[in-house]
Design a protein around this ligand. Structure first.
Ligand code: KMH
Ligand code: ZN
Length: 274
C-alpha cells in the first residue's frame, strides 16, 4: 500500500485556549508543536496563526515567522491556510502565501459554516488559484461539499490548477457535507483520475474517518483545528498525541507512514520552481 501522508492541522481559526488549553497560538508554540507533530509522523503541517490576543489573523509577518521557524528545524511540508476565518476579506486571506510556503489551501466553493458563511465565489477562487500558480505553490483543494470537486475540475480545465490534484475532504462541518462512510466513498469515486486525497473528519469523526481512509488507501488529517478530544470527554494532551494515534492505526493496517520527502514525491511538489 502507498505510504499515508499525515497532515497536522494544529491551530485553526475557531478553537480557543478556553476550549483546549493545549492549543498552540504564539509563533513559538506553533513552531514547537509542528516539530513535535513531525517527530510523531506528520509529513504536512496545515498552518493557521494567531495575533498577540490569540485571535485568528492572516498577517504575512506572523506566517513568515512560523514557516521560517519550522523550516529551520525540520523538512516537514508547510501548508498555509488561505481560508483564514469567515469574517476575513479575500485580500486579507491571501496574505498567508507571501512567505512562499510549499502548499496552500484552496476551497473551491461557498459553504455554510455553522451560523456563518465561508465565502468562496468563483471570482475569488480563480484569483486565489491564479496567485498560487504565479507563485508556484501547490494547492490542497479543500472540499466542504461535493460540488466543489466539479468546480476544481473546471479550474483544472481552465489551466488555473494542474494535475495531479490533491484534495482534502473536510467532513462534518455543520452546514457542509456529513461525515458518513458512504459519502466518503462517493467523494473518492468522484475525483479526477490521478488525484490524491485525504480526509479531515470533524470532532468524533476524526479518528473513525481517518481509519476508513487508511483502509481505503487515502491520507489523513488530524489536529485541534478539527477535533480537540482524544476520546469522548477527554481533551487531547497535544496535537502530536493525535498524530501518534493515527500512526499506530496505520501500522496496524499495514500502511507505511510517509516521510516529508516521500510526501513531496506523492504530491509532486517539485513540479513548480518557486
Ligand atoms: N477556518 C475556516 C473558515 C482553510 O484553512 O483553508 C476555513 C479553513 C479552511 O480553515
Ligand atoms: Zn484550516
Amino acid at each position: 500500500m502507498e505510504p499515508v501522508m499525515i497532515t497536522a492541522a494544529m491551530v485553526g481559526a475557531e478553537v480557543t485556549k478556553d476550549q483546549q488549553p493545549n492549543l498552540p497560538t504564539t509563533p513559538q508554540e506553533i513552531i514547537a508543536a509542528a516539530v513535535e507533530c513531525y517527530k510523531a509522523g506528520a509529513a504536512i503541517i496545515h498552518i493557521h496563526v494567531r495575533d498577540a490576543a490569540g485571535n485568528a489573523t492572516q498577517d504575512a509577518n506572523i506566517f513568515r515567522e512560523v514557516v521560517e521557524g519550522i523550516r529551520e528545524r525540520c523538512d516537514v511540508i508547510t501548508q498555509v491556510s488561505t481560508g483564514g476565518a469567515i469574517w476575513m476579506s479575500a485580500e486579507e486571506r491571501l496574505q498567508s502565501i507571501e512567505c512562499r510556503p510549499d502548499m496552500a489551501t484552496l476551497t473551491t466553493g461557498t459553504v455554510n459554516f455553522g451560523d456563518g458563511v465561508f465565502m468562496n465565489s468563483r471570482g475569488l477562487v480563480e484569483t486565489f488559484a491564479g496567485r498560487l500558480l504565479d507563485y508556484g505553490i501547490v494547492p490542497e483543494i479543500e472540499i466542504f461539499d461535493t460540488g466543489m470537486i466539479d468546480e476544481a475540475t473546471r479550474l483544472r480545465d481552465k489551466g488555473l490548477i494542474t494535475d495531479p490534484l490533491h484534495f482534502d475532504f473536510v467532513m462534518g462541518v455543520p452546514g457542509g457535507m456529513g461525515a458518513g462512510s458512504a459519502q466518503l466513498v462517493h467523494l473518492v469515486h468522484s475525483l479526477p483520475a490521478e488525484s490524491s486525497w485525504s480526509v479531515a473528519g470533524i470532532g468524533r469523526h476524526q479518528s473513525t474517518l481517518g481509519t476508513i481512509a487508511l483502509a481505503m488507501g487515502g491520507h489523513v488529517r488530524v489536529g485541534f483545528e478539527d477535533n480537540i478530544y482524544y476520546r469522548k470527554g477527554q481533551l487531547a494532551k497535544s496535537n502530536a498525541e493525535l498524530v501518534a494515534r493515527i500512526v499506530r492505526l496505520a501500522q496496524e493496517l499495514h500502511r507505511p507512514v510517509a516521510t516529508p520527502a516521500e510526501a513531496r514525491e506523492i504530491l509532486q511538489l517539485g513540479r513548480y520552481k518557486q
